[in-house]
Design a protein around this ligand. Sequence first.
Ligand code: MSP
Length: 511
Amino acid sequence: MGKFYVTTPIYYVNDVPHIGHAYTTVAADALARYWKLKGEKVCFLTGTDEHGLKMQRAAQEKGITPQELADRNSEQFKRLWEKMNIGYDDFIRTTEERHMKTVSAFVDRLIKADDIYLGEYEDWYCVPDETYWTETQLLPGRLCPNCKRPVELLKEPSYFFRMSKYRDPLLKHLDLHPDFVQPEVRWNEVKSFVQGEIRDLSISRTTFDWGIPIPNAPGHVTYVWVDALLNYISALGWPDDPEGKFASFWPADVHLIGKDILRHHAVYWPCLLMAAGVPLPKTIFAHGWWTNECRKMSKSLHNFVDPNEMIDQFGLDAFRYFMMREVAFGQDGDFSVTAFKGRINSDLANDLGNLLSRVCGMISRYLDGKLQGAPDLQGIDRELEQGLATTDHEVELCFNKFTFHKALTVIWGFINQVNKYIDTTGPWTLAKDPAKKDRLLTVLFYSAASLRGIAILLWPFIPGSAEKIWEQIGLVPPLVGINRAEQMPFKTFAPKSLIKKAEPLFPRIEV
Ligand code: MSP
């Protein structure tokens, strides 16, 4: 049995969740569910990032303490993940004792390794991004090159991490591991960034106090990005590892992030880990950004796609499916309600939903809900089973490459093969002729067994609907914990209850 450790970014709690947060989290959930069903030992970590100047200011504006704001908003993320059927294994908050202990121990280790020194920071800082910039990196008008908002001049004593020392080792690591940063365009971006000058990183702030103190340095709190990145190992109990989690799960198999936080993950993080003598994560995968009806989402436009609203209006699994299917993971994409409705009606209601109701309806009508083996096998049946095996194999390749949109396309290829199989074999004609009973039994058995395979393949993406399919074809949920390899071959299909005409899985939406 192997292991799989997947993380999302930990989300800032100065604000409420939007589609950007939901997107990464659903992708991580799909990965975690996929490998869990394959029998791997999985850890799926998410959480909230609660320190920093941005949080302190947001709390001040609301007239409450930063801790109160963090408690309130962290809860909103947890509630959304519950509503979205996100099966995380751990939720880390950076204000938790277990996290703060790790940060202090880590910084202490860097101090002992002489990788930290006291200096003075004099440059620009973007508060919304909590990110440092040099004068030459700014956009005209002194704007942050990432979010294009005004930056602030900082001049304060600061501890620095000797990041420049790790430039060459990082370059070497990149060259030896072309999969370290994905997709490839992001690897190229990191490579060219690292080839330029890497300056030492200011890792402490003195002008506010909402952060984790630097050991033995009164007045200095840890830079929020150093604090935040360490969540990936604090949740595993580094350095003491009392439960053996760090030993079992580190290095991470993949950190899923958005492309805007690539530099923090693919430059700062590996340099920090190298300095502390901790192995580097295997992959950092940066996905693209969503626009809303072709417009950039922003606070001033009040146009963030609200996951709660989408789920209430269109249903959870439709929303999960759309996010994973509509855009190639790694590229930018547009959230359009017209496209969303189109996918619900064509992919979900037509292709998948109709297949299920057709098959269950015929089993109920022609066979009184009972399936009894496949007594008359023909070539087309074997082709169908082969189709599922090929699909299963291709889906695994997609999961290895994080191409979720492609995995769904491949699964839909099989759904269409089953639809075509039914059209070609014509159970409604077979049902009219008692001499063709064996053939009818076979065709409907194979159709339902295909639906079992489809439920298994779809469970990572739309777990609730997969469980419904499972139940409607006479099997007993939950899917989690099933022996996947045993449940794929058609001959092991054995419904436990009568199959009835099914409720529509995805009702059609008015366009
Ligand atoms: N707290 C940091 C992450 C620290 S991880 C050690 C942070 N938080 S965030 O809440 O601002 O951002 C969370 C994620 O949302 C980022 O991965 C970002 O890319 C993603 N998105 C924000 N807007 C987005 C879109 N419009 N589209 C897709 N994802 C976007 O950064």
